[in-house]
Design a protein around this ligand. Structure first.
Ligand code: AMP
Length: 339
């Protein structure tokens, strides 16, 4: 199968290989992740909780003797063979990627316990928390466009490799000390089990409704075009400094409003062009949504021509108050999508 796939791909482009296509999942790990000697890792402190166990920060001594800061995810004791496989699947997916806006895998520890996944350390943690902490502190041009550009560039790389993320959201983007944003969260079971935002649909799938394209909710049509829909939601999260999409509306109401053509309004101080880009990502027909490459180009043009960002979508604070406290149906708070 791979011979066939690589034969039809253009030279230079690579396709992502799903770990489940390996008969022996340990072979996928050996192919895509470097085994790290546990004695070169120094764990320093706990920084989070993952689906399979703690996430810690620490240091890794490279073969060159240079030390780097790393994040260390470990698999808690008492796991089943399937849990071990699912835990390590994240490493065999991440290990296939090499891009400045995708979280970098340093390697894995599988020969001794606990089993660990070592990645680059992202000092500022997840993007949603970071934005809430720095509410209102950045200018659109300096940082927000830069963050959005980085995420779009990472997503272009993934879509070029035919990888569909399915759970693109600010909580799954990590931020480093230079404010570079990187896409993370590549586990196989994660969309189904790990994400607290994921809710069961009538068909039994578990999906983060507010971030997910209608066709993916309705019939599980997950594609790079459904990732684009989620990307539009991430843009909205970034500009609104980590506001919850659709506020406190219920998932059912969100699904209904989207189906009726309503879309999220522009956040406060959002340039018209950026809100228009979001609305393009939220086209009902997935073939009409932009591609990640186009998004990167559009953002680059805006960065080069900051005057294009001057016209703001809501010029009156009163509108914003309506938006924050109102519901989706409030007059002029939510634009019906163009049919
Ligand atoms: P995860 O299991 O990947 O969702 O990780 C749980 C939490 O640990 C995240 O929400 C982050 O706050 C933190 N975390 C995970 N990976 C990293 C990393 N590479 N650098 C810094 N923090 C991380």
């Amino acid at each position: 199968i791979y011979f066939f796939l690589t034969a039809v791909k253009l030279p230079g482009s690579r396709t992502y290989i799903h770990p489940h296509t390996y008969e022996d999942p340990n072979q996928a790990i050996r192919d895509f992740a470097k085994e790290i000697d546990a004695s070169t890792i120094r764990i320093e402190r706990v920084i989070g909780a993952g689906e399979f166990g703690e996430v810690c920060s620490g240091r890794l001594k490279l073969p060159s003797k240079r030390e780097i800061y790393v994040a260390i995810k470990s698999l808690k004791a008492g796991y089943s063979e399937k849990q071990r496989r699912d835990f390590l699947s994240e490493a065999s997916i991440m290990g296939q990627f090499d891009h400045p806006n995708i979280i970098r895998l340093e390697g894995v520890v599988t020969r001794c316990k606990p089993v660990m996944i070592i990645t680059e350390y992202m000092e500022n943690g997840s993007l949603d928390t970071f934005l809430k902490k720095h509410d209102g502190q950045f200018t659109v041009i300096q940082l927000l466009v830069g963050m959005m550009r980085g995420i779009a560039s990472g997503m272009k790389y993934l879509s070029d490799m035919s990888y569909v993320h399915r759970d693109l959201a600010a909580r799954n983007i990590l931020v480093n000390s230079n404010l570079v944003c990187k896409v993370s969260d590549f586990g196989l079971s994660r969309v189904l089990e790990d994400d607290p935002e994921a809710a069961y649909t009538t068909r039994g799938g578990k999906i983060p409704i507010r971030w997910t394209a209608p066709e993916a909710i309705a019939y599980r049509k997950f594609t790079s075009a459904s990732d684009i829909w989620s990307y539009g939601i991430v843009m909205w999260e970034v500009i609104s400094y980590g506001e919850r999409p659709y506020w406190e509306m219920s998932n059912q109401d969100v699904i209904k409003a989207i189906d009726e053509g309503y879309r999220l309004p522009a956040p406060m101080d959002c340039p018209v062009v950026l809100h228009q880009l979001m609305l393009d990502c939220w086209e009902k027909s997935r073939s009409e949504r932009p591609k990640f490459g186009q998004i990167v180009n559009t953002l680059d043009k805006l960065i080069r021509n900051p005057n294009s960002l001057k016209e703001l979508a809501n010029r009156f604070l009163k509108d914003h108050v309506t938006l924050k406290t109102g519901v989706m149906a409030a007059e002029n708070s939510v634009l019906p999508s163009q049919e």
